[in-house]
Write a protein that binds this ligand. Structure first.
Ligand code: BTN
Length: 326
């Protein structure tokens, strides 16, 4: 009920009487009064005036369970949402939860991670109070071959979610970094449990740099955050909820098609490397060509100098621009 009270107060932007809240939620005045008291304790500035009711004063976001619930606008993605002040890693916890029966759509969000994990065994810096760290649990019923495409689906969802939340020009650097003005703003890490051809679960982790922050000198010209790019405060809960809405819609298209066919055009329109000269760094080879977008399987098509087109599978490959990160 607390999330619903928040939504109502936020939408009304005026006083809502205790009576209306009681009727709307079918509870007693004491129950409403208690819920309001708890929201205030969480940090919400709610004014209570006799004979007028309750009014939510807009102020800095209170990032937590009820804020996230009250922003979520989906049918299944992000339901339930489980907020943690601190976790070692949302991916790690999501795996434990998935093994213990958490349903598809469960979303873990942390304000801080003490052991945030990046791709290729790297760490993901995860200070408190500033960024978005979240992991969505999926229990797909499709063939294991399709699982690697989920990250690309999330890539489009994050780029579009960012664009909707703060009007920043977010692009995708294949396969799944999100960049703004040539700098990385988000990374994704999908991990899964598979037995033969059966997928037990996939945990899809996303880390988005949101608040103003200093990056270590070695990555300062490669990394950025949303607030530096758009110049104003960004609500982390709104951002996460927007990403979930986009993901839910795109994932349904992907699942029905059984490929990225229906999303290929959108993905390619967001691809920063599109039509650009790229260098492909594979464990055993390195070559150069022009990026021609992804195919239905999510492989990057790279046109070589002799005009032939080669398909690059994400795996251990990394793609760079000729003169830097993008
Ligand atoms: C990368 O190296 O680019 C991927 C970074 C992925 C970071 C996110 S933060 C939320 C989730 N939990 C983790 O431990 N990692 C992912």
């Amino acid at each position: 009920m607390k999330a619903e009270i928040l939504t109502l107060l936020r939408e009304r932007r005026d006083y809502v009487s205790g009576q209306e809240l009681c009727e709307r939620f079918g509870v007693s005045r004491t129950a409403v009064w208690k819920a309001i008291g708890q929201l205030k304790k969480e940090g919400y500035d709610i004014e209570a005036i006799r004979n007028k009711g309750y009014c939510l004063r807009p102020e800095e976001e209170v990032f937590g369970q009820h804020e996230l619930e009250s922003r979520m606008n989906t049918r299944w993605a992000g339901r339930p949402v489980l907020f943690h002040r601190e976790l070692s890693s949302t991916n790690l916890q999501a795996k434990l939860d998935a093994e213990n029966g958490a349903a598809q759509g469960t979303l873990l969000v942390a304000d801080k991670q003490t052991a945030g994990r990046g791709r290729r065994g790297r760490t993901w810096s995860s200070p408190e109070g500033t960024n978005a760290y979240f992991t969505l649990i999926l229990k797909p019923e499709f063939h294991v071959e399709l699982a690697s495409m989920i990250t690309l689906v999330m890539g489009i969802a994050v780029a579009d979610g960012i664009r909707e939340t703060c009007q920043a020009q977010a692009y995708i650097k294949w396969p799944n970094d999100i960049v703004i003005n040539g700098k990385k703003v988000c990374g994704m890490l999908a991990e899964m449990s598979v037995e033969r051809d059966y997928i037990h679960y996939v945990v899809m982790g996303v880390g988005i740099n949101v608040g103003l922050q200093e990056f270590p000198p070695e990555i300062t010209n490669m990394a950025t955050c949303l607030e530096a790019e758009c110049g104003y405060k960004v609500s982390r809960a709104t951002l996460i909820a927007n990403v979930m809405s986009k993901f839910e819609a795109y994932y349904e298209i992907f699942r029905k098609e059984g490929s990225l066919k229906g999303l290929q055009e959108r993905y390619n329109s967001l691809l920063i490397n599109q039509g650009r000269e790229v260098r492909v760094l594979a464990p055993k080879a390195e070559f150069q060509g022009v990026s021609r977008g992804i195919n239905e399987a999510g492989e990057l098509l790279v046109e070589l100098e002799d005009g032939t087109v080669t398909e690059v599978y994400a795996g251990e490959v990394s793609v760079r621009g000729l003169y830097g990160y993008v």
